[in-house]
Write a protein of this length. Structure first.
Length: 227
């Protein structure tokens, strides 16, 4: 799409557009237009990072994929790193929403809830390979605090919301090490180009996630059910 087309598209979405509103030519509310621009920018950055890594991605790549001007990019983000943080935050929030929905539909013990949640998250990662690469491959290179942030969210959910009331505490294994093992397994599949096959990791990830909290017997039982 050429620059002229992108500029024309932007003019129809900008607050205070000179276009007359009407039945044949309705105006777009400024908040919806801004949200649409932001979503296109995040999607564009995600695609570019998947294609050529964050380090090689330029602002020019992002605005080209998003069909916007450079000025519009800077209305939303001060630089590409800020945009990257927004994109990873958005996807982590999406995964948390997937986990919450899966947990609400689970019917059984807390350990069974964890199995259901992990299955749902793996399915979403497999369905959105570019986002999976962004979060699990690019993020550790861009800012280690991104990984620390979503690791904390995962472990807090396991400890406070899912397992602690039932288990009465940890069963001995280190949750931090468990998270690291799980992340490496998933990342290896992504690097190998097997993103669509991530759900095959379910039994092993269920075992890794449950072991620190409910012990080996229950972890093995849930892993076998997941096969």
């Amino acid at each position: 799409m050429g620059a002229g087309s992108a500029e024309e598209r932007e003019r129809t979405e900008q607050p205070g557009s000179l276009r007359d509103a009407g039945i044949l030519m309705p105006s777009i509310p400024w908040d919806i237009a801004a949200r649409s621009q932001r979503e296109r920018i995040l999607k564009a950055l995600t695609k570019s990072c998947a294609d050529k890594t964050f380090a090689s991605t330029t602002i020019a790549d992002i605005v080209s994929h998003a069909s916007i001007s450079r000025a519009t990019f800077y209305k939303h983000f001060s630089n590409k790193t800020e945009c990257f943080h927004a994109a990873t935050d958005s996807f982590v929030d999406e995964l948390q929403g997937v986990a919450t929905e899966a947990r609400a539909t689970a019917d059984g013990t807390k350990a069974e809830e964890v199995r259901t949640v992990i299955a749902a998250v793996l399915e979403r990662l497999a369905a959105k390979p570019e986002h999976a690469k962004l979060l699990l491959i690019e993020a550790p290179h861009v800012d280690s605090q991104i990984v620390c942030g979503y690791r904390r969210r995962v472990l807090d959910a396991l400890e406070a919301e899912l397992l602690e009331p039932e288990s009465g505490g940890r069963a001995g294994a280190d949750p931090e090490i468990a998270f690291g093992r799980a992340k490496v397994l998933v990342a290896e599949h992504i690097v190998a180009g097997d993103i669509e096959r991530l759900p095959v990791l379910l039994p092993e990830l269920v075992y890794i996630a449950l072991l620190p909290y409910v012990g080996q017997d229950t972890a093995l039982e849930q892993a076998q059910i997941a096969r």
